[in-house]
Design a protein around this ligand. Structure first.
Ligand code: HSE
Length: 323
């Protein structure tokens, strides 16, 4: 028997909530966009990797974040006086590393959910979130849950400054989110270093006003106000030069009718929010053609995914997340 968990791609920051907002996404064509971790019994512990982007992972399995997740999980089990067992872990690395789609979070979330199920769920959702956050911080250099939380729980998640860690926000089921990755990689740590460590008070006020206005408009289900507040005044001004022709593409997509366009997480994936399928398709075709640096580029028309990490049935074995 094996436990196989899929964890979806996510959009960190969602423009308006630097480090505080994130959305799980799913391509509408049914592709599984995210990593998969399988756990099964074995005589000895082993970690193996496959998937389209396995070659981007560290050469030695001990340097893989999944190995560290497994170590932390075992340590926490021991603290609960539970016995550990040797397992074979397989990571199917279907998201590119440094994509801006929560690639490390997807691996981390899939690993913890798979291990937790393997051991009959000894840890609560909150305990798992804390372990996942610890691992994400190890990779990116600072603690932020804006990819981990939506990837694990699904939906649009707002990080809160209390024990809950995050809270689900409403969204619009009829809106589309088009994502495009140009085929290059940007490491989160490098993209974080591009942002100044301190911001002016006027910028902080603008950030708070946009995020508060966005959240309030979501609860009122006021689409035009949501679109109006969907702005990034913290990261985009410093990161946009890392994305090929960002300003030119943004101007074009807004002219096509997209409500907003921004950087997904730390990039280079960009995303556009569209109110209907026609606009989403037009944006998708444009980005496929123009936001494309090499054969690794990809683009999808997506919707917000209400579901986070989920178990795959045996027949889903070998499912490729995108090609
Ligand atoms: N909030 C993070 C950032 C997302 O923008 O750096 C990427 O992990």
């Amino acid at each position: 028997m094996s436990i196989k968990i899929f964890a979806p791609a996510s959009i960190g920051n969602f423009s308006v909530g630097y480090d505080l907002l994130g959305a799980a996404i799913r391509p509408i064509d049914g592709s599984l966009l995210g990593d998969v971790v399988a756990v099964k019994a074995s005589d000895n512990y082993e970690l193996i990797t496959d998937g389209r982007f396995a070659s981007q992972l560290p050469g030695h399995p001990d340097d893989n974040i999944i190995h560290h997740c497994h170590e932390l999980f075992q340590q926490q089990l021991s603290e609960k006086a539970m016995q550990t067992q040797p397992v074979l872990i397989t990571l199917s690395k279907n998201l590119p590393v440094g994509s801006g789609l929560g690639s490390s979070s997807s691996s981390i979330v899939a690993a913890f959910v798979a291990l937790n199920q393997w051991y009959d769920c000894p840890f609560s959702e909150q305990e798992l979130l804390l372990m996942m956050g610890q691992m994400e911080a190890q990779i990116s250099g600072s603690l932020h849950y804006d990819n981990i939380a939506p990837c694990f729980i699904g939906g649009l998640q707002l990080m809160t400054n209390d024990n809950h860690i995050c809270q689900s926000l409403p969204w619009f089921n009829d809106w589309y989110i088009v994502i495009a990755n140009p085929g290059i990689n940007i490491l989160t740590k490098a993209a974080r270093d591009a942002i100044p460590k301190a911001i002016k008070l006027s910028r902080a006020t603008e950030y708070a006003q946009n995020l508060a206005g966005f959240v309030q408009a979501l609860y009122r289900q006021d689409k035009s106000s949501v679109a109006h507040h969907l702005k990034d005044v913290i990261a985009e001004p410093y990161r946009y030069t890392l994305m090929p022709n960002f300003k030119q593409h943004k101007a074009k997509l807004l002219r096509m009718g997209a409500h907003a366009m921004g950087i997904s997480g730390s990039g280079p994936t960009i995303f556009a929010v569209c109110s209907n399928r026609d606009i989403a398709d037009e944006v998708h075709h444009y980005l496929q053609k123009h936001y494309n640096e090499n054969e690794c580029a990809f683009s999808y028309v997506c919707k917000l995914s209400g579901q986070g990490a989920q178990q795959l049935k045996e027949e889903s074995e070998g499912v490729a997340c995108h090609s």
